[in-house]
Design a protein around this ligand. Structure first.
Ligand code: AMP
Ligand code: GLY
Length: 395
């Protein structure tokens, strides 16, 4: 039995099946039986365990890197070594497999400092420590075994200041085409306060990445990354997502790489794209991105505001009925479902982050206003969202 999900289930020509992302065989079967021409892998976890390799071996066209390339997100130590080899600007870092050595390095470096779990930790593996105590606790926490294999190694790195930006690029392993630059709000609270989340809102195209900075990101970050992967024999096709710190001097430095579309940046970036996305993806898979005409974009701006269940990113309630989805969509905003479920003819909240609402407009001001106007139509019990998304770019 397939469980019917919310969101895309309501779209025409869309059949929405809930499969386990780790069930490679089941996913391949559904793709083959339905003659699917393109399989797009969303999350990092199955990419890191080789879903693209598996599906390709079944003769399917898959958008998303193979297991080897997915290490760029799945292991921060591996990714950092790649950046060093490629000469990509990033925070200085050291990798440790033992607590004592990590603590000794911490004492020597002082604070602020950043302590990271090497492996995938669903956004919960990074501590930006302002005090030695926080950093010491973070190191102990990681080596406690709580993160399993992902916490076997700890990366300790220099604290960088500046504004964060996300540049998602598509690549066929040779040619790289960046998408419009975006910024997301990672913190749960207004004014970017409180614990980090998967992202509470995003907007594009962010002016913090100027055309000059974008050109530098292409030559100093994206091209060396792909060239170094290729030198290592890794054929990387899909999205290469550079999480960047734009330093106060305007220099781009890499915070991390991801091997997939970013959430919620994608909900702000893709609505501005005019070139059909499937053409881009197939060109990546077939290694002919270079011959694709330049990507075309709508003018104006987009802003996505995430609606979560109160309590997220810690524990949160589920099962609340969501009202007003049709009214919200009728405003012209795009309502993306992140954690919802259809229950009969009702839609209920099923995740920490429940919905993403994207407004478009000629300016950031109108895009943001349009997102919030749509949100005003939506309600559910324990609904939470930030009211200040895009404060940096509001006119
Ligand atoms: P990551 O998973 O590596 O992207 O880290 C999650 C978040 O922690 C980033 O988006 C930043 O907000 C913060 N962060 C990570 N590394 C650094 C760093 N070296 N300096 C400052 N902040 C960082
Ligand atoms: N918004 C951050 C991410 O997708 O990892």
């Amino acid at each position: 039995m397939y469980r019917v999900m919310g969101g895309t289930a309501a779209l025409p020509r869309c059949r929405n099946l809930a499969l386990n992302v780790n069930d490679f065989e089941g996913i391949a079967r559904v793709a083959l039986v339905n003659n699917l021409e393109l399989v797009v892998i969303g999350p990092e976890q199955p990419l890191a365990t080789g879903i693209s390799d598996y599906l390709k071996a079944q003769g399917l066209k898959v958008f998303g890197p193979y297991q080897d390339g997915a290490q760029i997100e799945a292991s921060k130590a591996w990714s950092k070594a790649l950046m060093v080899e490629a000469g990509i600007p990033t925070a200085a870092a050291q990798v440790f497999e033992a607590e004592e050595a990590a603590l000794a390095y911490l004492q020597q470096q002082g604070v602020p400092i950043v302590v990271k779990t090497d492996g995938l930790a669903a956004g919960k593996g990074v501590m930006v420590a302002q005090t030695l105590e926080q950093a010491t606790d973070a190191i102990a926490d990681i080596f406690s075994g709580r993160f399993g294999e992902a916490g076997r190694r700890v990366v300790i790195e220099e604290f960088m200041t500046g504004q964060e930006a996300s540049v998602l690029a598509v690549t066929d392993g040779q040619t790289i085409r960046p998408l419009l630059p975006a910024q997301d709000h990672k913190a749960i609270g207004e004014g970017d306060t409180g614990p980090n989340t998967g992202g509470m809102g995003a907007y594009a195209p962010t002016p913090v990445v100027t055309p000059e900075t974008m050109a530098r990101i292409q030559t100093e970050v994206l091209e060396p990354a792909i060239a170094t992967l290729r030198r290592r024999g890794i054929d990387y096709r899909g999205v290469l997502y550079a999480g960047l710190m734009i330093t106060p001097a305007g220099d781009p430095k890499v915070v991390e790489f991801n091997c997939r579309f970013g959430d919620p940046e994608t909900q702000a970036v893709l609505p501005l794209l005019d070139t059909p996305l499937d053409e881009i993806m197939v060109a990546c898979i077939e290694g002919r991105l270079e011959s694709l005409p330049p990507l075309t974009w709508k003018s104006g701006a987009a802003a996505c505001v995430v609606i979560a269940a109160e309590g997220y990113p810690e524990s949160y309630p589920k099962g609340m009925e969501i009202f007003g989805l049709a009214d919200a969509a009728a405003t012209g905003a795009l309502v993306f479902h992140a954690g919802t479920r259809r229950q009969g003819d009702r839609t209920v909240a099923e995740g920490g982050r429940v919905l993403g609402v994207t407004g478009l407009g000629d300016t950031f001001e109108t895009a943001i206003a349009n997102a919030y106007a749509a949100i005003d139509k939506i309600c559910f019990e324990n609904m939470y969202y930030r009211r200040d998304i895009g404060y940096r770019v509001r006119d």
